[in-house]
Write a protein that binds this ligand. Sequence first.
Ligand SMILES: [Zn+2]
Ligand SMILES: [Zn+2]
Length: 339
Amino acid sequence: MKIGANYHTHTTFCDGSNTAEEVVQEAIQKGFTHLGFSGHMDPGVSMDYQAYIEEIKRLQKEYAGQIDIFRGAELDNVYAPEAVSDAEYYIGSTHFIPIPGSEIWFHTVRYGTHLEKEAESGIIGVDADPKILHDACLKYYDGDFYKMSERYYAFEAQVYDRLEPAFIGHFDLITRFNDLSKEDGGHFLDETDDRYLIPAKKALEKLVLYGVPFEINCGAINRGRKAQPYPRFELLRYLRELGGEILISSDAHQKELLDGGFDDAVFMTKEAGFDHINILVRKGVNDITFSTKNHFVTEGANTFIHNTNISSGTELNPAKNTSDSINGGTLYWKHLSIK
Ligand SMILES: [Zn+2]
Ligand SMILES: [Zn+2]
């Protein structure tokens, strides 16, 4: 089983290594049918949103018929969604914990304010530098990382109410440095300890009710930073028990890693009891299952992939909080069997 789709992709507009067009060409080379760009819009990393949107629109036109490109964004839990108003979908990601007493606990703030580099930002970055986490933990949580991660999940649990994203990004990013040794500033808690798992599971229980998928994010394993994709196996299995839906993302910052970690993620997904993942599609455009041999056929305005290996008629579920800028209406989630 090969997945020819990724919806969590960074470029030189934010902190990626390749231009959007280079990534499109790589995706086509890899046989991808769907590619979603998700530039960072967060207090640590952001971009010239208008220039980004214009370029993705250009690529959508330029490469129509070769690959279906989606115009997305990765919006942080800190910021109000009007920042990404012209996106077809956006990911809801939590890269920060508001400090105790911060107004950000109670509402989102305007994009471009409360920047991480500002001394009075009122937020703690969880994935930038282990020293930031350590120092903040000492300062605000008496050095108790279980307490700190509990606050992270209290914030993460609000991500749907605050942002209304199409899917939820790297659920347990708070563990970003946990696989480093203590000497390297990591390994600050035991991820199998109930003091860690119970608050995380509570956040899953809340978020699963909204019916948007969670991503299995391979970004950190691809860059040698983590032993497992986000979310780790215990949480993924619990998500399955709760009836949650998933998709697989590479969180690619380099074009070579567009499908990096997908095989490991599929393996873990099956072990956790899932029999399918989801891919995001535009109705009528490449909305059939990927196979290694695709033939593009143009009918009217739409280009389809003609493929004889697939069974047609798979159900499409409207994807909440998305918009299809080409056909109108929403984008759709489509099940892809991983049995
Ligand atoms: Zn992220
Ligand atoms: Zn990302």
